[in-house]
Design a protein around this ligand. Structure first.
Ligand code: ADP
Ligand code: MG
Length: 574
């Protein structure tokens, strides 16, 4: 063939971009610089959306949220050394959350390796701890197969982060166009089903339960198991409890949702089915006193190594959640069964829910100023569009917000997650807004931040304004981390000594006007102190579908959550 003798050359940057495009990668986030600038340009030329951010950490959070929301990994593109190191936070967070992600890092030139090259760092080794797969292609020609493997590894089995290292000298190196063979787009992950006898056994354990509970985790959300799980809930009339990001797989307002009686449900259930939720700190390890010592766990997970962690499960169902739930449904179709609605268990749960809901409503109705968390979240909930994305982080802001703010759709809540990472909010919100722009432009993104959490990635407000993403940022401002002080107390503290000697570690500057970070870049900013101001500014921001906005909501600096049954585990009472 004459084409083999073609003189046409292609750069490493172009090969990377084309290989990503071939693997159906749609979104890239990052910060350009030596040596990756050309990669971003080549990606954009091939129709991959490139979003330039202000810190690699936030860029990496954004890319990882793409993986969770779309099931296809987003790419985080970073420069060598410090750029890659900043991205490690995002990689670790994605890997802990079991979310697919591809990080592409430029690295120093191969012929300067070990010589103290510009930003030289052992990047492939550094990423190994934060990823499922970490590699450097041996040549330009090897790039397509390494990228295919990274994309495939990120979504097959338990999803996670993958790293591809690109030496600086690859980026502009030209090779003959015919020497590069692009590997076909990898197939969607194979769907595995659980062993039939285990499914039978699980159904029988559920049928014999006196106090059953389904726990719906973010694995179920990722697996798109919403339809089958909802069917199981409704057909068998079982109570269910979503984990923080499992919220919305079955709507929070479903009559079988016992979220408002969480501690009670966990503590007294005798059979618990886990749909894609690990028995880690979020679920108090599955151990007493938060659970009955003889509770029977049925674990549904795609990762065999997860089964049996911290407890000895009664039944393990290894497989894809959606497929396994359908297998369970078959069992209940064959032999019809419903959990009795008038059981003592349902009565206990309903009573507890009523009491908890009344307690939060009472706090919410308090007219004193500054407002408390509950007052703020009840007003927000009243106006929240049903199909919006809710992004949330902060300590109390996230914990209390989760109990009041409802999710009606799967994969529409993004928060600090398994790793409890602060600083994820703006990156997640940007990813959700970019996806919404492409697929459902009517949809809004509400990002509920504590004032401390906002600070970690606050400069991404510029990114939001630059790309004109109509995100609504709420900063629930208590002047501090966990708690702060009012400005009078703050002045009192600083009266005789310098702040660097006496400022309490949890304090942030009182009355900070975070809304001006938004107005600095042309977005809308609001400073609110009363429920009326909050209602009004929310209405305005929701009506304004073109501008980003930030509402800085001043609350009682010492506000806390309502009393908990288990005080000693408040922080982990997610
Ligand atoms: P949560 O934080 O909501 O409790 P976790 O992140 O702890 O959820 O657990 C999610 C689990 O879901 C992980 O153990 C992961 O292996 C599993 N998982 C992810 N995708 C699937 C899938 N398609 N089928 C089955 N399990 C899955
Ligand atoms: Mg705070």
């Amino acid at each position: 063939e004459g084409s083999d003798r073609s003189e046409e050359q292609v750069s490493g940057a172009t090969v990377i971009a084309q290989a990503l495009k071939t693997q159906d990668v749609e979104y890239m986030f990052g910060i350009i610089g030596i040596p990756v600038t050309e990669i971003a340009i080549a990606a954009q030329e091939r129709g991959i959306r490139y979003i330039g951010m202000r810190n690699e950490q936030a860029a990496c959070y954004a890319a990882s949220a793409i993986g969770y929301l779309t099931g296809r990994p987003g790419v985080c593109l970073v420069v060598s050394g410090p750029g890659l190191i900043h991205a490690l936070g995002g990689m670790a967070n994605a890997n802990m959350n079991c979310w697919p992600l591809i990080v592409i890092g430029g690295s120093s030139e191969r012929n300067q390796e070990t010589m103290g090259a510009f930003q030289e760092f052992p990047q492939v080794e550094a990423c190994r701890l934060y990823s499922k797969f970490s590699a450097r292609p041996s040549s330009i020609e090897a790039i397509p197969s390494v990228i295919e493997k990274a994309v495939r590894s990120s979504i097959y089995g338990r999803p996670g982060a993958c790293y591809v290292d690109i030496p600086a000298d690859f980026v502009n190196l030209q090779v003959n166009v015919n020497s590069v063979k692009y590997v076909e787009c990898c197939m969607p992950p194979p769907v595995s089903m659980a062993d039939t006898s285990a499914v039978c056994m699980a159904a029988s354990v559920i049928r014999n339960a006196k106090q059953p509970l389904l726990i719906i985790g973010k694995g179920a959300a990722y697996a798109h198991a919403e339809e089958s799980i909802r069917k199981l809930v409704e057909q068998c009339k079982l109570p269910f409890l979503p984990t923080p990001m499992g919220k919305g797989v079955v709507p929070d307002n479903h009559p079988n949702c016992v979220g408002a009686a969480r501690s009670r449900a966990l503590q007294f259930a005798d059979v618990i089915v886990l749909f894609g939720a690990r028995l880690n700190w979020i679920l108090h390890f599955g151990l007493p006193p938060r659970y009955q010592p003889d509770v029977k766990f049925i674990q549904v997970d795609i990762c065999a190594e997860e089964l049996g962690n911290n407890v000895k499960p009664a039944v393990t169902l290894l497989g894809d959640i959606n497929a396994v739930t359908k297998q369970l449904l078959e069992q209940f179709d064959k032999k019809l069964w419903q959990y009795p609605s008038e059981s003592k268990w349902w009565k206990t749960l309903r009573e507890k829910m009523k009491r908890n809901e009344a307690a939060s409503k009472e706090l919410a109705s308090k007219k004193s100023l500054p407002m408390n968390y509950y007052t703020v979240f009840y007003h927000v909930q009243e106006q929240l569009p049903r199909d919006c994305f809710v992004v949330s982080e902060g300590a109390n802001t996230m914990d209390i917000g989760r109990t009041v703010l409802q999710n009606y759709l799967p994969r529409h809540r993004l928060d600090a997650g398994t790793f409890g990472t602060m600083g994820v909010g703006l990156g997640f919100a940007i990813a959700a807004a970019v996806v919404a722009k492409d697929r459902n432009p009517e949809q809004r993104v509400i990002c509920v931040e504590g004032d401390s959490a906002f600070g970690f990635s606050g400069m991404e407000v510029e990114t939001i304004c630059r790309y004109n993403l109509p995100i609504i940022l709420l900063v629930v401002n208590n002047n501090g981390i966990y708690q702060g002080f009012d400005s009078d107390t703050w002045k009192e503290i600083l009266k005789f000594q310098d702040a660097t000697t006496v400022a309490p570690p949890m304090c942030l500057l009182p009355n900070s006007h975070y809304e001006q970070v938004m107005t600095a870049f042309g977005g809308k900013g609001y400073f609110v102190q009363t429920p009326e101001e909050l209602q009004k500014s929310l209405r305005q921001t929701l009506e304004d579908v073109t501008n980003p906005s930030l509402i800085n909501i001043m609350i009682e600096p010492q506000a806390t959550r309502k009393a908990q049954d288990f005080q000693w585990l408040t922080r982990s009472n997610m």
